[in-house]
Write a protein that binds this ligand. Structure first.
Ligand SMILES: [Zn+2]
Length: 358
């Protein structure tokens, strides 16, 4: 059964016609159930999200977290979440202090009671920046029985601002006592035809499907109905455009320069800055992706990076750099991006960014 979270009620209900989760692919049942709960201020405190690897469980949990804390959540001229405000971007990029990922330690097969104890210690501390605190328990079915029982205590009487998402490939492996307190939501799985159509909405993949049809067909059939997994199999080969590759290489160099002074390299970057403002924004967004990888891999070395094709390169940049410095570099790049969007000269912004060492 749902227990009510009152965050949105206090601010009044949203009109039901508002667009919810605009970036969510298909999964109309989730849009309708959770979107409806959000809009009517009846979101429950806990949900089990079930689906295979790459089916979008993390993405969905982040979308709900962003909806609860979006700066435009009470402004129905925008979709929910808007995806553009600082709060939405921090949640999407994994930099929000109010969204917690709880996962297994590296090389451990189970999620033990220690991790749940840490969660419970944090739970009663009020949110830092946002209206809600969202806890995402990864591979929840790997929780030991002891961990599940410890978690049950939090699940039974959570603070009003807390929402839990238990991610799992197999909800049946969770204790019945947990399953009875959190509705099970299943991520949509696609057949190969539907999956092909969805993937072709990405222009890079559409090109690839035409130029390398055999590779495309094999990847789609190997993806097990999951969009995320298919993209993972396809995207490395689709990034053939030299311009994209060169922009990514520049982004990797800038990310490294944020943590170690190298004047001659900085000068070179400054000499070859993109002429175009939109291109500069794209470059900074790639730097943000790189920083997100560096922070994520620092927290969990077994994660696969999304920006870096070589995990060792990613690890090398973040090595010996404390997480707080990475977060502060991320904030500086966000500011630089805002400045470029607000028409500050590209040269001035990049000089400021590269000269402000972390
Ligand atoms: Zn927003």
């Amino acid at each position: 059964m749902h227990s009510c979270i009152s965050i949105l009620n206090e601010r009044g209900c949203f009109p039901i016609s508002r667009s919810v989760f605009p970036t969510l692919i298909s999964n109309d049942h989730l849009r309708s159930i959770i979107g409806g709960d959000l809009l009517s201020g009846r979101l429950g405190h806990a949900y089990i999200l079930e689906g295979p690897y790459g089916s979008g469980k993390h993405t969905f949990a982040r979308l709900v977290a962003a909806s609860l804390s979006c700066e435009r959540r009470t402004d129905d001229r925008f979709p929910l979440p808007c995806g553009e405000c600082l709060s939405c971007r921090k949640i999407r990029d994994g930099f929000s202090p109010d969204v917690f990922m709880v996962g297994r330690e590296e090389d451990r097969a189970t999620l033990g009671v220690d991790a749940i104890r840490k969660l419970r210690e944090d739970l009663w501390i009020a949110p830092n920046e946002n209206a809600a605190k969202v806890y995402v328990i990864e591979d929840a079915d790997t929780m030991t029985v002891q961990a599940q029982n410890a978690f049950l205590l939090s699940l039974e009487e959570p603070p009003p601002y807390a929402v839990f998402f238990l991610l799992t490939e197999n909800a049946a492996a969770l204790l019945e006592t947990i399953r009875s307190r959190a509705p099970i939501l299943r991520m949509q799985i696609f057949d190969t035809d539907a999956l092909s159509e969805i993937l072709k909405n990405d222009p890079r993949i559409e090109t690839l499907a035409r130029t390398q049809s055999e590779h495309f067909r094999k990847a789609v059939s190997a993806a097990g109905g999951s969009v995320g997994q298919a993209k993972r199999l396809l995207v490395p080969a689709s990034e053939e455009a030299a311009a994209i590759l060169s922009l990514r290489a520049d982004a990797a160099r800038i990310a490294a320069l944020l943590f170690s002074a190298n004047p001659s390299e900085s000068v070179q970057i400054l000499k070859n800055l993109p002429k175009d403002r939109a291109e500069s924004v794209k470059l900074l967004e790639l730097v943000l992706s790189a920083l997100r990888d560096i922070a994520a891999i620092k927290k969990n070395a077994s994660l696969a990076p999304l920006f870096y094709s070589d995990p060792d390169e990613c690890r090398a940049v973040g090595d010996k750099i404390p997480l707080t410095r990475i977060v502060s570099a991320y904030d500086d790049v966000l500011t630089a991006r805002e400045q470029i969007l607000a028409n500050t000269s590209v040269q001035t912004v990049f000089v400021g960014l590269l000269m402000n060492k972390h």
